[in-house]
Design a protein around this ligand. Structure first.
Ligand code: IDP
Ligand code: MG
Length: 155
């Protein structure tokens, strides 16, 4: 199993999409091991989006992500980083596949409703920005984990 950092961005929270998005994550069979709502500070936003500093959209992105509460999550599952990115859809909602979160709920490249880490290193870095180790509830098993345990490894 591996883990990723997911956030429902301020537009998703304001539009009442928390339940819908969490439902999709749970129905996929992923395990939520960290969950909190918070208002990102400027410091947190700058750490999160450090890789985009200097880009034309950076300041607007910081304003957007600090514009209201977000729901931050640590999500575990088989190939979960790629899987969550697949469920989220492309950055530009109109390029995203219908059925993905961004295609279904977002209209603009900036306010695209959800964040998900893009690789293992980003996931660990982002989890550490938003969560202390003791805030994660690990070590319990979902029904999907019992199912996975009874199946042969995929190549
Ligand atoms: P990602 O969220 O799909 O990984 P990134 O390229 O890492 O996409 O960009 C981070 C976030 O910055 C995007 O999700 C979006 O909110 C915002 N963003 C990216 N590119 C642009 C842009 O060209 N204009 C406005 N906002 C952008
Ligand atoms: Mg990214």
């Amino acid at each position: 199993m591996n883990r990723t950092f997911v956030a429902i961005k301020p537009d998703g929270v304001k539009r009442g999409l928390i339940g819908n998005i969490i439902r999709r994550i749970e129905h996929k069979g992923y395990k939520i091991v960290g969950l909190k709502m918070l208002q990102p500070t400027l410091e947190i936003a700058e750490q999160h989006y450090a890789e985009h500093k200097g880009k034309p959209f950076y300041q607007s992105l910081i304003n957007y992500i600090t514009s209201g509460p977000i729901v931050a999550m640590v999500v575990e599952g088989k190939n979960v980083i790629e899987g969550m990115r697949h469920m989220m859809g492309s950055t530009v909602p109109n390029d995203a596949q219908v059925g993905t979160i961004r295609a279904d709920f977002a209209q603009t490249k900036e306010c695209n409703t959800i964040h998900g880490s893009d690789c293992c290193e980003s996931a660990e870095r982002e989890i550490n920005i938003y969560f202390k180790p003791e805030e994660l509830c690990e070590g319990w098993k979902t029904m999907m984990e019992y199912v996975w345990e009874s199946m042969p490894e995929e190549s």
